[in-house]
Design a protein around this ligand. Structure first.
Ligand code: UGA
Length: 446
């Protein structure tokens, strides 16, 4: 089949590239000419493991192309896939301006029948609006399909090629075979439903996963007070197949471009029909507070942070991505700067992106985790990049001015910490080692 994918963000680029692998011809479209030129040079505008090799292979083999000309791409395709962004408006609602712009252009371009498939995350009822927007610009026939995307950044290719399920929302049953054919080889687990339910499945899935995270984070906070270990608790809970073990990793909360945006949008969707989604409101509230446990634990160990030197390991919202959108690191670093600390930052991939959004004279940018730790009063691990798992903790302790390690992702085991001399705080697990309250001010730290 011939496809045009509108939008070359994570969803558009990864699904466009993956659809070439099961025999389709794909044009990835973006109005940002600079992005298109980059892609034609086989450089990915996003960091996603494996994507550049697939772009190169499919460009060379002629199944993939890139274009800034939406209308021409639409005319050359059977199926048009909408994968443009739906960022948050100030009130939390999804901003549909890119969807609306693309829909109008699709309508203007059409010279015959098309299938319009929406992969962007859109509020319930949006596909029907898309239908009206396109119909306002064309008399040619077309069908609308909702096919929400469930890929995760960092494992996007694997998630697209081997998804747990594919959700297809449609109102013309004749399209079912075409949709199965389009996704052939990915999974046989295709769930066909109506358009509104498909739209809701996406929001409900992200909201449920966010709920699991906030739930385990609250259990972690209680574990700390009652002397239990949340990693043991999560493992024991996860053995119940009704609960499952995934997304029960306690930490400093979720970030990224999806969970924060989609939970707020679902609260708004509910609000628009006079329903107060109290549970989800609490999930969001818990998540907002969770990151600041890093600051509380620093106070607990060091007292005042004025003049303290704090090493930060990890700026991306999760490992294997350079994405810093809604990353807990941002507010943590800002709070440290506001309290008068000097902050030494390290991230293997995301430092440049972070620095573009936030810089300050109190920040020191480091090329190695050891450099960020050297001379610090505390190191805070905020993203569980694998590089941190193999750090020599004995050497680390020796290089620090005060031996405090705050592990916001529960990366280290008791065995790794024992004997290092580190005072170790993690999330929902007993503290190890001990450093009595100390104030950087009191010892005249620069
Ligand atoms: C999420 C969903 O997992 C995807 O299914 C969905 O397609 C995507 O949003 C989207 O809507 O586009 P993503 O944001 O890439 O994917 O990242 P996740 O791996 O889900 O992690 C989200 C956040 O939750 C990260 O900050 C991560 O550190 C945190 N997390 C995850 C936890 O704190 N604990 C966990 O147990 C799992």
């Amino acid at each position: 089949m011939k496809l045009a994918v509108i939008g070359t963000g994570y969803v558009g680029l990864v699904s466009g590239v993956c659809f070439t692998l099961n025999g389709n011809h794909v044009i990835c479209v973006d109005k940002d000419q600079e992005k298109i030129s980059k892609l034609n040079r086989m450089e990915s505008p996003i960091y996603e493991p494996g994507i550049e090799a697939l772009i190169e292979m499919n460009l060379r083999e002629g199944r993939l192309s890139f274009s800034a000309d939406l209308q021409d791409s639409v005319r050359r395709s059977d199926i048009v896939i909408l994968a443009v962004g739906t960022p948050s408006l100030p009130n939390g609602e999804a901003d549909l301006r890119y969807i609306e712009g693309a829909a109008a252009e699709i309508g203007q371009a059409m010279e015959g029948y098309k299938i319009i498939m929406t992969k962007s995350t859109v509020p319930v009822g949006t596909n029907e609006k898309i239908r009206s927007m396109i119909a306002a610009h064309t008399n040619h026939p077309f069908d609308i399909v909702s096919a929400p995307e469930f890929l995760r950044e960092g494992s996007a290719i694997q998630d697209t090629l081997h998804p747990d399920r594919i959700i297809i929302g449609l109102d013309n049953p004749a399209l079912e075979d075409t949709m199965r054919e389009l996704h052939k080889g990915f999974t046989d687990n295709v769930f066909v439903t109506d358009i509104r339910s498909a739209e809701m499945i996406k929001y409900a899935s992200n909201a449920f996963l966010a709920t699991k995270i906030s739930f385990i984070n609250e259990i972690a906070n209680i574990c700390e007070k009652v002397g239990a270990d949340v990693t043991e608790v999560a493992q024991g809970m996860g053995m119940d197949r009704r609960i499952g073990s995934s997304f029960l990793q306690a930490g400093i909360g979720y970030g990224g471009s999806c969970f924060p945006k989609d939970t707020n949008a679902l609260i708004q969707i509910a609000g628009n029909v006079d329903y107060e989604f109290k549970l989800l409101e609490s999930v969001v509230e818990v998540n907002k507070g969770q990151r600041f446990m890093i600051i509380s634990k620093l106070h607990e160990s060091l007292g005042s942070l004025r003049g303290a030197v704090i090493g930060i390991w990890g700026l991306a919202f999760k490992p294997n991505t350079d994405d810093v959108r809604e990353a807990p690191a941002r507010e943590i670093v800002e709070a440290l700067v506001a309290e008068g600390a000097t902050v030494k930052l390290y991230d293997p991939i995301a430092a440049d992106n972070f620095r573009q959004q936030y810089d300050h004279p109190n920040l020191r940018w480091c090329g190695l985790p050891e450099e960020a730790a050297a001379g610090s009063d505390a190191v805070c691990l905020l993203t569980d990049w694998s590089v941190f798992k193999d750090i020599n903790l004995h050497k680390l302790a020796e290089s620090m001015r005060r031996q405090v390690l705050i592990d916001g992702r529960n990366v280290y085991s008791k065995e790794q910490i024992e004997g290092t001399g580190l005072t170790y705080h993690s999330v929902g697990r007993p503290q190890m080692g001990g450093l009595s309250g100390y104030s950087a001010d009191a010892v005249g730290v620069v």
